[in-house]
Design a binder for this molecule. Structure first.
Ligand SMILES: Nc1nc2c(ncn2[C@@H]2O[C@H](COP(=O)(O)OP(=O)(O)O)[C@@H](O)[C@H]2O)c(=O)[nH]1
Ligand SMILES: [Mg+2]
Length: 224
């Protein structure tokens, strides 16, 4: 008899994440895991970028929160399928909960699923959800020292959205220190400067998402 032994939470999570990854690959869907501190602008970014994408692509959203369905209501107003994932106190999403959310979405009819993680830039970086990419969102109001203080996220992410650049003149955010620290941790991930208030940079972020969608389609076409 084969005895299955799960070493720890992370190993069990990795198994569920692999299943999510296979399910997403079969469906040819790009899943993008948005990670930021509370208030950096994840939901605002989705509210802005989904209308830019939804003329050509079919978008779904999983909204992770500790409590309330408020973000899911904001996204639902855009007319795209959205499922709320409540962690009931948990500070990050885990792959098993994401699997339940994916099962509720019309996955075979979608091109991209955004997963808005729980607001936190430490724990969510440790958990693979089976996503194509982790996308970090940092707002200038949080300070330029965050890459140095939370290196795991800034190392893991495949793109970093620097939001609220409309507030740059009102903060002491030091772009040189930020760039030096960020590039020391992650030399290659694109840095996309945006303002969800003015709309600056959102086309550039939409173009990056389109690339991720095309990659997921290409991978699905190649798989047996
Ligand atoms: N000035 C400014 N405020 C923003 C911007 N993006 C989001 N906000 C505000 O920041 C707050 C938090 O945004 P939200 O999208 O809920 O953040 P989340 O917790 O990461 O989902 C809201 O009051 C937004 O209106 C921006 O680019 N500039
Ligand atoms: Mg939100």
């Amino acid at each position: 008899m084969e005895i299955r032994v799960l070493q720890n939470i992370l190993e069990a999570n990795d198994q569920a994440a692999d299943q999510n990854r296979r399910r997403l690959q079969e469906a040819g869907v790009a899943a993008l895991n948005l990670i930021s501190a509370p208030g950096a602008g994840k939901t605002a970014l989705l509210e802005r970028v989904i209308p830019l994408l939804s003329t050509r692509y079919r978008v779904g959203v999983l909204e992770g929160d500790i409590a309330t369905t408020r973000d899911a209501e904001r996204i639902g107003a855009l007319g795209v399928p959205v499922i709320q994932l409540l962690t009931n106190g948990g500070c990050h999403l885990e792959a098993a909960l994401v699997a339940q959310g994916l099962a509720e979405l019309p996955l075979d009819g979608l091109d991209v699923v955004f997963i808005e993680n729980v607001g936190n830039i430490a724990c969510p970086a440790e958990f693979d959800l089976g996503e194509a990419a982790k996308v970090g969102v940092l707002s200038v109001a949080e300070g330029h020292d965050k890459p140095a203080k939370y290196p795991l996220l800034f190392h893991e992410l495949k793109a970093l959205v620097l939001n609220k650049v409309d507030l740059l003149d009102h903060t002491d955010f030091d772009m040189d220190v930020f760039m030096r620290d960020f590039r020391g941790i992650n030399p290659t991930a694109p840095l996309i400067q945006v303002s969800c208030r003015t709309g600056a940079g959102l086309e550039e972020f939409a173009a990056w998402v389109e690339q991720a969608i095309e990659q997921a389609r290409g991978a699905a076409a190649l798989s047996p």
